[in-house]
Ligand binder design. Structure first.
Ligand SMILES: Nc1ncnc2c1ncn2[C@@H]1O[C@H](COP(=O)(O)OP(=O)(O)OP(=O)(O)O)[C@@H](O)[C@H]1O
Ligand SMILES: [Mg+2]
Length: 258
């Protein structure tokens, strides 16, 4: 059985004057522990699709299932990390990373220890009592990652989590996220505009097209790249080849659109 199944999902947004079809016929299956990316132009519906998977938004039609159970509302099984870190500015890093534990009623000595251990793993042990404003952008995203992982979600949804960071910080975070997710065997979906990031991190890449948003192509990342860390992967000849292929695919999708 697949870990995540998306069947025939359609979504529409309504305004006073019109209804616009945002997503059409989204079909997808994912195995446990798999890492996939959604790559596609701005406005093609990537965040909308993540929100539906997270149970924050009900699709007009279709069904999302995690381990055979329909997703109908947000739950602690699903961890959602956004482009902006949304840490609470008035709370210390420790209070921030246990927020999910408190909301889900799972805060205990053990779960707190687990969150603090994760914080140490991402190199923020010395920041426990600091406030978000005292941290750099990359440090804040690491804290946000810990907050997302602290509740031990079954699936991680990452909506452009690195896009506001400088190149070096971004690649270091990619490395960190990849190794953490492998260690905990997490199933993850990454939304990105960055072809390199998608190749370096994913097992499969879903290319989306706009109006209405749909899956235009699915590309499997070759095993030799998948087995490498994001930095190593970038050095591999197969990486450049795949980059060019995806670049061309995205361009041809653009041409078909116009
Ligand atoms: N709450 C909303 N009400 C009405 N329209 C919306 C709403 N949210 C998104 N849309 C529209 O749905 C479409 C898809 O938006 P979405 O945010 O999912 O795109 P995206 O692929 O995540 O874009 P980006 O890459 O810029 O983040 C856009 O045309 C957007 O204007
Ligand atoms: Mg978006």
């Amino acid at each position: 059985m697949s870990f995540l199944t998306i069947q025939n999902v359609y979504h529409c947004f309504f305004t006073e004057k019109e209804a616009s079809l945002t997503l059409a016929n989204i079909e997808l299956e994912m195995q446990e522990g798999e890492f996939i990316s959604f790559l596609g132009p701005s406005g093609c519906g990537k965040t909308t699709l993540l929100s539906i998977i997270a149970g924050l938004l009900q699709p007009l039609e279709g069904r999302v299932e995690i381990e055979g159970e329909a997703v109908t509302e947000p739950s602690s099984a699903i961890g959602y990390m956004l482009q902006q870190d949304y840490l609470f500015p008035w709370k210390t890093i420790e209070e921030n990373i246990v927020t999910g534990l408190r909301i889900t009623g799972t805060y205990s000595r053990e779960t707190r220890q687990y969150a603090l251990k994760l914080l140490e793993q991402v190199g923020l042990a010395d920041s426990v009592q600091l406030y978000p404003r005292q941290l750099s952008g990359g440090m804040r995203q690491r804290a946000a990652l810990v907050r997302t992982l602290a509740t031990n979600p079954k699936i991680l949804l990452l909506d452009e989590p690195f896009s506001a960071l400088d190149y070096q910080t971004k690649i270091k975070l990619e490395e960190l996220v990849c190794s953490l997710l492998k260690e905990f065997h997490k199933t993850s979906i990454l939304v990105t505009h960055d072809i390199e990031e998608a190749i370096a991190m994913s097992d499969r890449i879903f290319l989306l097209r706009a109006k209405p948003g749909h899956i235009a192509k699915v590309i499997a990342v070759p095993e030799e790249i998948r087995n490498m860390s994001p930095i190593q992967a970038r050095q591999h000849p197969a990486f450049t080849k795949l980059f060019q292929l995806i670049w061309k695919e995205l361009e041809s999708l653009e041409v078909q659109k116009s």
